[in-house]
Design a protein around this ligand. Structure first.
Ligand SMILES: [Ca+2]
Length: 186
């Protein structure tokens, strides 16, 4: 029994090491769509769909598509930074293929606030990054494509890939003040 306190202390030390082993980063699940749509919640209206496509950056990517009025949305709730202070940098790539005469809008929301929106009225666009920063913590990301025309001939696709989120801890100002620098080099 004399070893029991030591074992307990080792267990506590191990738990502390484990707790400290997780970096304050990442947490978007399957942002490369290598595992299909795992981790993403799909919401569609008007006969739209979300599937996995061989058109990725690189493949596979997600495809939101439509041949009528309606919308398709991918959402994911994630924890950027585990509740720590700092700035959460989000990034995703998207491309579009919109039939001439068709009109659609791409919208990216965070916690139901529009962070990015762009209309695509005919034509093809290459993969383009969308990036923004918010405070670290738990967030819900929404990536949506929707018809802006009720034409029955509206045909469009949106491709999504490389969804990432990374919490950058705040830079400590302690140690970089003039008085501390003087103290260091005195
Ligand atoms: Ca990919």
């Amino acid at each position: 029994m004399r070893f029991a306190p030591l074992a307990l202390n080792l267990a506590i030390a191990g738990a502390l090491v484990l707790a400290g082993a997780f970096p304050a980063t990442a947490q978007i699940l399957n942002g490369t769509f290598d595992n299909g749509l795992t981790g993403w919640t799909v919401t569609t209206t008007g006969g739209c769909s979300a599937t996995v496509s061989t058109n990725g950056n690189p493949a596979p990517g997600a495809r939101l598509w439509n041949n009528d009025a309606g919308s398709a949305t991918l959402t994911q709730t994630f924890n950027c930074g585990g509740g720590s202070d700092g700035s959460c940098s989000l990034s995703l790539d998207y491309a579009t293929d919109t039939l001439v005469g068709s009109k659609m809008v791409v919208t990216v929301t965070l916690d139901n606030v529009v962070m990015y929106s762009a209309n695509h009225n005919g034509g093809v666009t290459a993969y383009t990054p969308v990036q923004f920063s918010v405070p670290c913590g738990q967030h819900t990301l929404g990536i949506s494509a929707a018809s802006t025309s009720t034409s029955p001939f509206s045909v469009w696709m949106m491709f999504v890939d490389n969804v990432t989120a990374s919490c950058v801890p705040p830079v400590s100002t302690e140690g970089s003040t003039w008085s501390s620098l003087k103290a260091t080099y005195r």
